[in-house]
Design a protein around this ligand. Structure first.
Ligand SMILES: [Zn+2]
Length: 180
């Protein structure tokens, strides 16, 4: 058998909340699995399932979470956050924050996307301006962490540079020069 279908009976719970435009929108949803689970082969016949990896019943859209004031000296503040994932982009909407070109409650001022091979943030930081700030994230790639060219150990800025290459110590530099 190459494939089978797992059918779980249960119910979907969707939470609705009024947005700033006074409209009820779904802010979270989850699937509550019941007791009845059936397994079928490709032809729809009931089967005993083979061993398989468990898949949680995640329902990705929409998601909501809360952020809180981080400075202990400031009054406590909470902002609800909605996360929208669509068309290969992820958009973030802190409640009460939006974009010039969207009606209140519909704007997502923070986005993350891939553009021409580069990971980037798109941030609309001013509701009176249409132009976003683009923050390129390619320097955050784990692959560009500065490493010693010889022993590959992670190093910081005050390392030894020789012919444009970085070294953690004189001994690594000497070893590299000897190998040239
Ligand atoms: Zn080294």
């Amino acid at each position: 058998m190459e494939k089978f279908t797992k059918i779980t009976t249960g119910f979907v719970v969707q939470s609705y909340e009024k947005n700033s435009a006074g409209e009820f929108v779904c802010i979270a949803q989850e699937f509550i699995a019941g007791d009845q689970v059936d397994y079928e082969d490709a032809e729809g016949n009931s089967i005993n399932p083979p061993d398989h990896r468990y898949q949680p019943f995640n329902m990705m859209l929409p998601t909501a979470t809360v952020i809180k004031e981080q400075c202990p000296d400031s009054p406590s503040v909470e902002i609800k956050i909605k996360i929208l994932s669509e068309d290969g982009q992820v958009w973030i909407q802190p409640q009460g924050y939006g974009e010039k070109c969207s009606t209140d409650g519909e704007g997502y001022p923070i986005g993350i996307e891939i553009w021409q091979g580069r990971l980037r943030l798109v941030v609309f930081e001013d509701i009176n301006s249409e132009d976003p700030q683009i923050i390129d994230l390619e320097k955050a790639r784990e692959a560009v962490r500065m490493r010693c060219n010889w022993c590959k150990k992670e190093i910081d800025a005050e390392s030894i540079i020789w012919k444009g290459l970085l070294f953690c110590s004189e001994s690594c530099l000497d070893a590299c020069r000897a190998a040239q």
